[in-house]
Design a protein around this ligand. Structure first.
Ligand SMILES: [Fe+2]
Ligand SMILES: [Fe+2]
Length: 175
């Protein structure tokens, strides 16, 4: 069984170019759930997806680099979805998987597993299910992380890890 440090090491090994990219720097400043940044949420999803694959005895059946990269990039939409605008962000829940996939493709290049897993990570809110095991793991990890982050004490101002910079006190949930 992989330890927490093993999992962090794997995410670093296969995702360091993403983690250190300008796009992920942008994600550090955007809130995702409660007071958790999109960057912190994405790291958590990648780690949790690996943890699920390990605990469900699927490590021999998944493409580990693709799983990690899809987890890191699943919310690579690069805007703060809480911002009010002309209304184009209103359908965020339905549209951001495709947008994340297109932008990740542009910035990193994606293989078919990564492309499909990012595009369809909001299933069943969006109608098309993931095609690959990796997509289901990212989907599960995302829903678990989103629920935990939305209900976290950090939401109410305790603790600092993963709090987005420059957006104090903004509280919304779910994506
Ligand atoms: Fe997410
Ligand atoms: Fe999402």
């Amino acid at each position: 069984m992989l330890s927490r440090d093993d999992i962090r090491g794997l995410v670093q090994q296969y995702g360091s170019d993403i983690i250190e990219s300008p796009g992920m720097y942008i994600e550090r400043g955007h809130l995702q759930h409660g007071r958790v940044s999109t960057f912190a949420h994405s790291l958590r999803v990648a780690c949790l997806a690996v943890w699920l694959a390990d605990r469900l005895h699927l490590m021999g059946r998944v493409d580990l680099p693709s799983l990690i990269r899809a987890g890191l990039l699943h919310d690579y939409f690069l805007y703060d979805w809480h911002d009010r605008d002309d209304g184009s962000h209103r359908l965020h829940g339905l549209t951001h998987g495709r947008r994340a996939m297109l932008q990740a493709e542009r910035d990193f290049g994606l293989n078919p597993i990564e492309r499909d897993s990012i595009h369809h990570h909001m299933f069943p809110l969006t109608p098309v299910p993931p095609k690959y095991m990796e997509g289901y793991l990212v989907n599960m990890a995302d829903k678990i992380s989103a629920t935990a982050e939305t209900l976290s004490p950090q939401r109410f101002g305790w603790g600092g890890a993963g709090v987005a910079e420059g957006n104090p006190g903004r509280r919304r949930h779910l994506s």
